[in-house]
Design a protein around this ligand. Sequence first.
Ligand code: NAD
Ligand code: UD1
Length: 364
Amino acid sequence: MKDHTRNKTVLLTGGAGFIGSHTATVLLDRGYDVVLLDNFSNSKRDVPTRIEKITGKPCPCEEADLLHSGEAEAAFKKHDIGSVIHFAGLKAVGESVEKPLEYYENNLLSTINLLGSMRTAGVKNLIFSSSATVYKHDNPVPYYENFPLGAANPYGWTKVMIERIIMDTAATDFTFSAALLRYFNPIGAHQSGLIGEDPQGIPNNLLPYIAKVATGELPEVRIFGDNYDTPDGTGVRDYIHIMDLAEGHLLAMEYLRKKRSHEGDFIDIGESASGAAHEGANVHAFNLGTGKGTSVREIISAFERACGRELPKSVYPRRAGDLAIVYANTDLAERELGFKARLGIDEMCADAWRWQRHCAKLPE
Ligand code: NAD
Ligand code: UD1
């Protein structure tokens, strides 16, 4: 079957954010047209211009809120959209515990409105930004896609629930296909230093925190626990370069398109949140990580190599809710998508540092 969606535009909801903006550069570089849709609640209005500067291609952006269903529908009427990558959402774990209703409202309602607009517009390909946080905490490492799901906080539950909503939707229309991309720990920045992660206020995540210690904006790196059962006692995570992660979206989109041209050929995603697989639903879950664990101390050392000096650091008590070790099994993404992360922690830290210097207006 001829793939008509190849020449159509890819809609990136939340496209001005950290992961969306980097994915936009990859898609534009590979000849796809994109349109971003963002309400700029957690991103800056100059991001589309920066993407244009990096790629030399137009990067149109609709300022719209997915909570207003009419705004999403207007974007589908205005642009000839073939696929959607759904990044838009609130993502701070701690804040989700303080403001659960805001998280459930924003993340769930946005997705429901988006799926309704896609149905009206006849758009059948969806890539969703899920997270490693959907795996139950008592799973052993590495995490496989068919492990039991469950979450430890409202943010995580929104991801579990959205995966479920997408599966239920796909079960009503076998021409609809979706990829659920479960990201591990994306860090780093585009090599140009023009886009990167720019959290508001004091960062919660390790890498942005270290970066602000390196610029002198924060006094010291806090190591949350050094008595875990890990090689150096500090927490171990699967850090993945944002450009490798971005590439995973392109591969997942092309995978769904290939699947559509072999109708009837699908794989099941395995056990879902409630324990029941949706036979026939064309939904595919993939871990996007490196498959390797790196400790807090190893990341700090890599950042010190990148910025060329030792950083002040102290050991603090463990952070509530943290696990000792989390990393992905990436065999499925490698086999089905041809996905393999290429960049290591030194590149991640070097690129993050270039971006942080740009943000802090330090000499390049
Ligand atoms: P981000 O905050 O940088 O980007 C999200 C974007 O969505 C922002 O630009 C924000 O303005 C926009 N947005 C939020 N609500 C919206 C709404 N109602 N309508 C329109 N736009 C809206 O976050 P990110 O790091 O780029 O993450 C993208 C997605 O990936 C999120 O869904 C997040 O939960 C998920 N994710 C992120 C990580 C991570 O470590 N960054 C890990 C796992 C999963
Ligand atoms: C956190 C979220 C997770 C989300 C992910 C990416 C929690 C409990 N989990 O995961 O849902 O998908 O971010 O956005 O918030 N650390 C320090 N000092 C710091 C910060 C972190 O030592 O200042 C340690 C942590 O204990 C952990 C590691 O660094 O061992 C990574 O932490 P972080 O970057 O916050 O990511 P996760 O906890 O993996």
